[in-house]
Design a binder for this molecule. Structure first.
Ligand code: FO1
Length: 318
């Protein structure tokens, strides 16, 4: 059994590559729920859905999230009625949120509803939310004001999706808060898969937004520390910048620099192997000095073949 820790677009492509390289039923994906949010009374789990849609062959690969060939009739009506509807929920995607919310209200846990959804969509990889309790990533920072072309606003607290989507991550981040992480519990399935799998792979997801919510919750980090010899991470940095999203700015704002080595430093207590991109090969020495085996390859997953090639390479590592 192989366990993958993931969130977001990079994570979902990597898991899809793995599912096309090894037996999907031998894979467990532990997925971030720090981005979950309620919209119009519905429970939206963006990272779980991004992974699920990718594995079910339903994802909009160009955008990286949502369902391909979506329509937006429901949301257009919401807009007609006067709401600014800044979070783009497609009609099919809304179906998923309606179903999830109904089943949560029926008393199921998020893990149980996710199991129902993946089974119905024919996904064989086990997709597990890292916790059934709410852990929510919040951002404290200064919003960009285009009229003044500056970040000179009072620092404010915002939800993850406000930061990411509403403000298009144009925020100078002062602090990331993983609300609920101190009291949330890990499910038995998550603990068992972390303890029992032959390998744990951290997907090329954003460490601070996708992986840290897990690491901050309950005894997740202790379990991962005990598995260090079997933990490999794939870098989310290519050629010194983030493949997608705000990781570059976040590393610069909170950790001084954006580089593969900066990510390796964050992960160094937890991983024994770090897979970096050929364009970052000048970082090998600095990463090796952290006591991490550094593997160099082409990690940019520009098509399905590259997803599979990367997955095979990462799985084949001893
Ligand atoms: N990302 C956007 O940039 N804009 C959107 O309007 C948007 C809507 C959306 C709806 C459902 C969903 O599952 C994901 C959605 N995302 C959207 C992506 C999402 O906000 C982020 O990619 C993840 O949370 C980051 O991992």
């Amino acid at each position: 059994m192989i366990t993958v820790l993931a969130g977001g677009v990079g994570g979902s492509k990597f898991i899809r590559g793995l599912a096309n390289s090894v037996s999907p039923s031998s894979l467990v994906a532990i997925v971030n729920v720090g981005d979950d949010e309620q919209f119009y009374g519905l429970h939206v789990s963006p990272d779980i859905d991004t992974v699920t849609y990718a594995l079910a062959g339903l994802s909009d690969d160009e955008r990286g999230w949502g369902v391909k060939g979506e329509t937006y009739n429901a949301l257009n009506m919401v807009k007609t009625l006067g709401d600014d509807a800044w979070f783009t929920l497609g009609d099919q995607d809304l179906g998923t949120h309606l179903y999830r919310t109904k089943r949560l209200r029926d008393g199921l846990t998020l893990s149980e509803v996710t199991a129902e959804i993946i089974t119905s969509l024919g996904v064989q990889v086990r997709v597990l939310p890292f916790s059934d309790d709410p852990v929510r990533t919040k951002i404290r920072g200064h919003r960009y004001i285009s009229e003044t072309d500056s970040y000179e606003t009072e620092a404010e607290l915002m939800s993850f999706q406000e930061y990411f989507v509403k403000y298009n991550h144009r925020v100078k981040v002062k602090e990331l808060i993983y609300e609920g992480a101190d009291t949330a519990r890990l499910s038995q399935a998550v603990v068992r898969s972390l303890e029992d799998s032959s390998k744990v792979i951290i997907a090329p997801s954003n460490p601070l937004l996708s992986i840290w919510p897990m690491l901050m919750t309950s005894n997740f980090s202790e379990i991962l520390l005990s598995r260090r010899a079997d933990v490999t991470a794939v870098s989310p940095i290519v050629g010194g910048s983030a493949v997608k999203g705000p990781l570059g700015d976040l590393l610069a704002d909170l950790h001084g620099q954006a580089s593969a080595c900066a990510v390796a430093k964050l992960y160094s207590p937890y991983i024994s192997t770090f897979v970096i991109d050929i364009r970052d090969k000048d970082q090998v020495e600095a990463i090796s000095e952290l006591g991490i085996k550094c593997v160099v390859t082409d990690i940019l997953m520009v098509n399905r073949e590259m997803e599979i090639q990367l997955a095979k390479e990462v799985c084949g590592l001893e």
